[in-house]
Design a protein around this ligand. Structure first.
Ligand code: RB5
Length: 152
């Protein structure tokens, strides 16, 4: 089975957490597509959210992880792409349910909101939990339909 590629992105507020998580992901056996940023020089979070969204949309990555100060900007930006279901999570339960119920394909986190251990737990749950489908399938499908209607 081919290794799964995880796209990761951050702004200046999230880059240090992203760097730590990138090392973790590689140790866990994932291929990491690091789309920046890689310093604390101020940048604009939408650029990195859009880059991760594009990587998922094109198939270069299957899932993504985004970090900014709060995670809010990253989640808002990523969710503007109809292919993305980004979930802003502050703990493992949210990350697990984002996968199980919402089939989230992007995990967004805030480095000024949670510490690295909580972020690691979010990543573990996000990557190890499958979408439950079943009663959730029609609801998730509605997200896609409304996006398609809006694009018409
Ligand atoms: C940057 O200062 C901060 O606004 C950004 O990282 C993020 O929190 C936006 O949602």
């Amino acid at each position: 089975m081919p290794r799964e590629t995880i796209a990761i992105g951050a702004d200046h507020a999230g880059y240090a957490m992203k760097a730590t998580l990138a090392v973790d992901l590689a140790k866990m056996g994932y291929d990491v597509l690091d789309l920046g940023t890689n310093s604390d020089v101020s940048v604009d979070y939408p650029d990195f959210a859009f880059a991760v969204a594009a990587a998922i949309k094109s198939g270069r990555a299957t899932r993504g992880i985004l970090v900014c100060g709060t995670g809010i900007g990253m989640a808002i930006a990523a969710n503007r792409d109809p292919a993305i279901r980004a979930a802003l999570c502050t703990g493992g339960l949210m990350a697990r349910l984002a996968r199980e119920h919402n089939d989230a394909n992007v995990l967004a986190m805030g480095s000024r909101i949670i510490g690295i251990e909580a972020a690691r737990e979010c990543v573990r749950q996000f990557l190890s939990t499958s979408y439950a489908s079943g009663r959730h399938a029609d609801r998730v499908a509605k997200l896609t339909h409304i996006e398609l209607e809006a694009a018409e």
